[in-house]
Design a protein around this ligand. Sequence first.
Ligand code: SIN
Ligand code: FE2
Length: 223
Amino acid sequence: MQTSSTAAGDLFGAHHPLAGAVTRLGEQAVVLRGFALAHVDALWPALRAVLAQAPFRHMATPGGQRMSVPLTNCGRLGWTSGPGGYRYTARDPDSGQPWPALPEPFLHLAGSAAAAAGFAGFAPDACLVNRYRPGTRLALHQDRNERDFGQPIVSVSLGVPAVFLWGGPRRADRALRVPLWHGDVAVWGGVDRLRFHGVAPIPAATHPLTGAERINLTLRRAG
Ligand code: SIN
Ligand code: FE2
């Protein structure tokens, strides 16, 4: 992991320890430090509107266990988990309605972060929203329910910091521990598209925007 520092003097980046830097996780995987900070004023109300329409809910794993991290979705397709396995659906299974549309600020951030990471023309059709409270975690996994692995993943961190676990192509590969702060955007694709990744247990902390929570937006081209 290598972090190169660039100018970090902008208004929104002032509180980010590394804003403007790029942490390289792989040949085609980076963390763009503080990249989302300038987008948060537009992202946050749009996210609140999504949550009003499609609230967080705990889904079950295919094995029948309750997932500790509740989720929701926006976009044409939404990621779901249940006894039938993992799949994308066009409708929210709780409401029977289509998932809320992908808000323009989400699309704008995803496209510009992907382009900055070397993936021009990224147009997501799905955004998974995860909510982490202290002590919750996400086990190592691959994102592999999407149709085209040629499309990258754009993952936006909001709220309290976390340690991202960045593994290899095999589950048993040792995972790097990468701190993620509010406003960081991780992008991975190409040869790194199927790397295992996860989130270590979230510390008890507070953030002015989210309180004790960490919110992650994972933007993907699923269909
Ligand atoms: C995910 O892999 O779905 C989320 C990763 C994160 O919360 O940073
Ligand atoms: Fe993932």
